[in-house]
Write a protein that binds this ligand. Structure first.
Ligand code: SF4
Ligand code: SF4
Length: 136
């Protein structure tokens, strides 16, 4: 399959961070299998993405998705998205994943990281902070 045949990956803003800390843990076996494929492509393959302020490609295989733009943890995930939009000026448009995460990580501070992720249960146990803060 050529690069142009592949569908653009849709990501919601805070998943620009989560995909960097991801290391094989998730909400269900199906979610993990799908996440592995998406993250592998983002990190090493065709990295065209389109940002949406709604549920995305990763949500599509998540048991916490209740419907279009509806997550079990709606308030919390919208908070994460809003913070990423606010801090990094993210818009609903196409980006190159590896370019935009480089830009985000270059601007990220410890204070911003805490502000965005403090309410996430993965934060104390994931590689998110380490990976993002070391990608300067
Ligand atoms: S701590 Fe949670 S919200 Fe923050 S990047 Fe990691 S998984 Fe995403
Ligand atoms: S449905 Fe909710 S918990 Fe699942 S990946 Fe999407 S935002 Fe995260």
């Amino acid at each position: 399959m050529t690069e142009t045949d592949e569908e653009v990956i849709i990501l919601r803003p805070h998943h620009l961070l989560c995909t960097q800390g991801y290391s094989g843990n998730g909400y269900s076996p199906e979610f993990v299998e799908h996440m592995n494929d998406v993250v592998e492509r983002l990190r090493h393959g065709d990295d065209r993405i389109k940002i949406t302020f709604s549920t995305d490609t990763l949500c599509s295989c998540c048991p916490n998705k209740l419907g279009e733009n509806k997550c079990v943890s709606q308030d919390k995930v919208k908070w994460f998205d809003d913070k990423v939009i606010e801090y990094f000026g993210i818009e609903e448009k196409e980006y190159r994943y590896r370019e935009i995460i480089k830009e985000i990580d270059g601007k990220m501070t410890d204070g911003m990281m805490d502000d965005i992720c403090m309410r996430c249960s993965w934060y104390p146990v994931s590689a998110c902070r380490k990976n993002i803060m070391s990608n300067k």
